[in-house]
Ligand binder design. Structure first.
Ligand code: E4P
Length: 239
């Protein structure tokens, strides 16, 4: 299963890339709005120097020609750019046009399996159902992941289910079990996945036991060498 980082924060992306678990990045206008000092294009360019995996860049136009214009410009930034297009009638048309042009797309804002099925048919290479936002309105977001993963498998559709709007480590486990091909996670959730209180406690305990053992060894070696230094004098006095 692939893990994408859901952020436009360059430092977070660098850290996760160093961990060796980064398969790609997803961004959106809200995530870009949290950054400062660079244009969206500059941020995307920088991200593409850190990962060669898919980097999703989201269009904001709502009409087809506008989406195509923005998406084509994103696609020129780097070969691993994937154009993120919202689920809508115009979005479907734009995705099918991008597919004809060989530009990969990630269909975003999917909330039902049917929306995902349509996006797959329009040629999206990634389908992004939003788990957390469905949970927020008291619906089980994971059901959409499971249904869509099953539909993709049954009909051998050439696309991947990307579990998005992941809010906690449990979402990640459930998405993996539900058959998502990819999950995109905020940095904080990835950190939460790394840590466990017993792991952290165990690391501290092992370090402390190690230090105690070394001190004890140093002390016993010290006694032994002091004893050895005294030994000849003792031998002399005995003769
Ligand atoms: C990623 O592609 C989505 O834009 C993102 O996961 C949405 O997450 P949110 O619902 O926490 O904003």
């Amino acid at each position: 299963m692939k893990i994408f980082l859901d952020t436009a924060d360059i430092e977070e992306i660098r850290i996760v890339a160093r961990w060796g678990v980064l398969d790609g990045v997803t961004t959106n206008p809200t995530l870009f709005a949290k950054t400062s000092g660079a244009t969206y294009e500059e941020v995307l360019k920088e991200i593409c120097t850190i990962t060669s995996g898919p980097v999703s860049a989201e269009v904001v136009a709502e009409e087809v020609e506008g989406m195509l214009k923005e998406g084509r410009a994103f696609a020129k930034i780097a070969p691993n750019i994937v154009v993120k297009v919202p689920m809508s009638e115009e979005g479907l048309e734009a995705m099918s046009r991008f597919a004809e042009e060989g530009i990969k797309t990630n269909c975003t804002l999917i909330f039902t399996a049917n929306q995902g099925l349509l996006a797959a048919k329009a040629g999206a290479s990634l389908l992004s159902p939003f788990v957390g936002r469905l949970d927020d309105i008291n619906q089980d977001g994971m059901i959409v992941i499971r249904e869509l993963a099953e539909i993709v498998a049954i009909h051998e559709l050439d696309t991947e289910v990307l579990a998005a709007s992941i809010r906690n480590p449990l979402h990640m486990t459930q998405a993996a079990l539900a058959g998502a091909h990819v999950a995109t996670l905020p940095f904080k959730v990835l950190q939460q996945m790394v840590h466990h209180p017993l792991t952290d406690k165990g690391i501290v305990q092992f370090r402390s036991d190690w230090d105690k053992a070394r001190k004890a060894l140093a002390a016993s070696n010290g006694k032994a060498s002091a004893g050895a230094a005294k030994a000849p004098a003792a031998a002399k006095s005995g003769s």
